[in-house]
Design a protein around this ligand. Structure first.
Ligand SMILES: [Zn+2]
Ligand SMILES: [Zn+2]
Length: 344
């Protein structure tokens, strides 16, 4: 059954779409009116209450990541209230508050899906890239990919957990930080400030390198042992490091800051070009360079549970839905402290 008004027309809603990918100051997003989507079998529909603005949205809007679908609605950190349930969907009920994340679908049969590595699925779909996301009044989701959200987080605080939080959590795992170890964090935005708190709660000593004075202040407030400029050397060798800034030229200083045997994980889906590495300075003595690709649903569940347990503090800057374009511009110019969140 479609959602129809009394005169039989499908209900309409406001949504943002990536119209012409290009520089964010040129206005790549457009506001349009669309039919309210219907949940397919196995899906539920949510009324969007908040949607985080992730750097990936910016990379899509600017064309750093090639579009997988024309005029897609971005947004993959959706907090919504279930308002309609598709055929055969039974996990959620109308009125439930759920989170809709980046990972929208995996094939379930490839060699990665069947070996606990669905983040590497050969035929995945992503929210706000392959399927319409949360810069809209309504969104639909395959029920198996949505999350229950801990009640300790209100809508605005819960939104950034769904990508910034989960991906940072996976990056921390990929960085192989030993218990009580020394962690370097390069770039300190929405994802990094959450990941730092997880590491600190596990007893790590955290050093933060970032260009933003406001972010350095936030890092100290959260318990960082030191803060410095984006490419500065930390005051001690690092067991592990995570590069959150999408800046390839930071790979060299981050690798050079590692102690013998240390690991650098690159958290982002996009990175500008990495300058040539010097084997002896950057890799020898068993330094390891790794990437992070999406996440499994198990990562998401584990992160949300740990976030609630340690009382994660989420720094957010709210924007009304009709200012999504401004939120992206501010993110591009490094003017958002913590995470930008569109609120309904
Ligand atoms: Zn698969
Ligand atoms: Zn994201």
């Amino acid at each position: 059954m479609r959602t129809r008004t009394l005169d039989g027309m499908a209900e309409r809603m406001q949504a943002w779409v990536v119209d012409t990918p290009g520089p964010v100051d040129g206005g790549p997003l457009a506001r349009v009116e669309r039919d309210v989507p219907e949940p397919a079998p196995g899906q539920v529909r949510v009324r969007v209450r908040a949607c985080g603005v992730c750097r990936t949205d910016l990379h899509l809007a600017e064309g750093d990541l090639s579009p997988r679908r024309a005029r897609v609605t971005p947004g993959h950190e959706i907090v919504g209230e279930v308002d309609r349930v598709g055929d055969g969907a039974h996990r959620w009920r109308p009125g439930d508050r759920i989170g809709v994340p980046w990972l929208a679908h995996t094939c379930g049969v490839c060699r990665f899906c069947t070996s606990g590595r669905e983040n590497l699925c050969l035929d995945p779909r992503f929210t706000g890239w392959d399927v319409d996301g949360g810069y809209a009044a309504y969104a639909v989701v395959d029920e198996a990919y949505a999350y229950a959200l801990p009640e300790t987080f209100d809508d605005e605080a819960a939104a950034p957990l769904l990508c910034a939080g989960i991906i940072g959590y996976r990056a921390l795992g990929r960085a192989n930080l030993p218990a009580g170890g020394r962690l370097g964090i390069y770039g300190f935005g929405g994802s990094a400030h959450l990941t730092a708190q997880i590491a600190l709660a596990r007893g790590a000593r955290v050093h933060v390198m970032t260009r933003s004075p406001a972010a350095r202040e936030l890092a100290l407030e959260l318990g960082a042992a030191s803060v410095a400029e984006a490419d500065a050397a930390p005051p001690e060798p690092l067991d592990a490091a995570i590069l959150f800034a999408p800046v390839g030229s930071l790979v060299r200083p981050a690798l050079a800051a590692l102690d013998r045997g240390g690991t650098l994980a690159i958290a982002g889906i996009y990175l500008s070009e990495i300058p040539p590495l010097d084997y002896e300075t950057h890799l020898f003595e068993e330094r390891t360079l790794r990437s992070v690709t999406a996440n499994t649903r198990r990562d998401g569940e584990a992160f949300l549970a740990e976030a609630a347990r340690i009382g994660l503090r989420v720094a957010t800057t709210p924007y009304p839905f009709d200012r999504a374009d401004a939120a992206l511009r501010d993110l591009a110019h490094g003017e958002v402290n913590g995470a930008a969140v569109l609120v309904a």
